[in-house]
Design a protein around this ligand. Structure first.
Ligand code: SF4
Ligand code: ZN
Ligand code: ZN
Length: 326
């Protein structure tokens, strides 16, 4: 590796899109500045706001929690959803717990098994849906419920630019404009129904997140979830975007920025009147929200209200009372 652009140390990473080689110290400073600028550029949250960070235990979310805690501008709560996927979930929950304790971060773990269900069970009852689509509904619901019921301003997730640019092209190619316009670095909240959702890694590449985790020797779960599935169209788009990025480093960031400009310009104008789920009271497109509908179909009853009640009643026990951020 050549020398760092800013000092005499050996570089640990090369960032072609920024034409920089950086040592460990300057790489961390660079990512922190980039994160700070992304948060400000898209108005994700303000200094001192209370922000939930969804942490699965994988490298992306661990790095996000690590960098956000070092940035120190928001008051963080790490939230993990234990999906009940056997050994994978056991390891993931343990990593999140250890990481949070070591960093002195407040954390909150919601276990599906406490509600006598799990992703494998929901997936086997609802065979017409892919496990990942069920899992997406569950995680979104839990993060939103924790944010609203415990009074947080925003929910941050670790979706990065490599994945988001694939979703943008996929939605365009399948002409799914509803989905296309939902993809955004910031989805504004709706009082009492939905918390603001933000993606601080919107302009981050996966390789820089991975390099950072490696350089800092961060603990994370490297095993893949047994349900992980990448469809053929996604593979084609991913390869195409990789080639474009090789030809023109920074191509994905340009695509993401121009998408964000369009979507953020449209969002304010087209806000549909939000509804409250008849079963749990959180945001819903129809009379019942996707989570309550999904659990009603799989289990015979909607689970939303029960999840919300137990979040409120268990919060005091699960959040670290001795943390400086409590
Ligand atoms: Fe959930 Fe799919 Fe991710 Fe597994 S791979 S954790 S099922 S979204
Ligand atoms: Zn340096
Ligand atoms: Zn509901």
């Amino acid at each position: 590796m050549p020398k760092c652009h800013y000092c005499e140390r050996e570089a640990v990473v090369r960032l072609p899109y920024a034409k920089l080689n950086l040592c460990e110290k300057h790489f961390e400073e660079y990512l922190l500045r980039k994160l700070e600028r992304s948060i400000a550029r898209y108005g994700m949250f303000k200094k001192g706001e209370r922000v939930i960070v969804g942490v699965s235990g994988g490298k992306d979310s661990i790095v996000l929690a690590d960098l956000l805690s070092k940035l120190g501008s928001a008051r963080l709560l790490v939230v993990h959803v234990d999906l009940g996927i056997g050994e994978y979930s056991r390891k993931s929950s343990e990593v999140v717990r250890r990481f949070s304790v070591e960093r002195g971060l407040d954390y909150f773990i919601v276990r599906l098994l406490d509600y006598n269900t799990s992703i494998p069970e929901l997936a086997s009852s609802l065979r017409s849906r892919r496990p990942c689509s069920i899992c997406g509904v569950v995680k979104r619901y839990v993060l939103n419920a924790v944010a609203l019921d415990l009074g947080f301003d925003a929910v941050a997730t670790a979706h990065h630019g490599d994945d988001i640019s694939v979703y943008i092209l996929k939605s365009f190619l399948t002409q799914d404009y509803d989905q296309l316009y939902k993809i955004s670095p910031v989805n504004p909240g709706i009082k009492g129904l939905a918390a603001r959702r933000v993606k601080p890694f919107y302009e981050f590449y996966e390789f820089e997140i991975e390099k950072f985790a490696e350089a800092k020797n961060l603990m994370y779960v490297s095993e893949k979830c047994p349900f992980k599935h990448i469809g053929w169209l996604e593979k084609i788009i991913r390869d195409l975007l990789e080639k474009a990025e090789e030809e023109a480093p920074g191509f994905k960031i340009a695509l993401l920025r121009s998408h964000a400009r369009r979507v953020l310009a449209v969002e304010g104008r087209s806000a549909e009147k939000p509804k409250a789920c008849a079963s749990c009271g959180l945001i819903s497109e129809g009379s019942e929200c996707s989570f309550c509908r999904l659990t009603r179909r799989a289990l015979g009853y909607p689970l939303g209200l029960q999840v919300r009640r137990s979040i409120v009643s268990s919060a005091g026990f699960t959040i670290r009372a001795d943390s400086k951020q409590a």
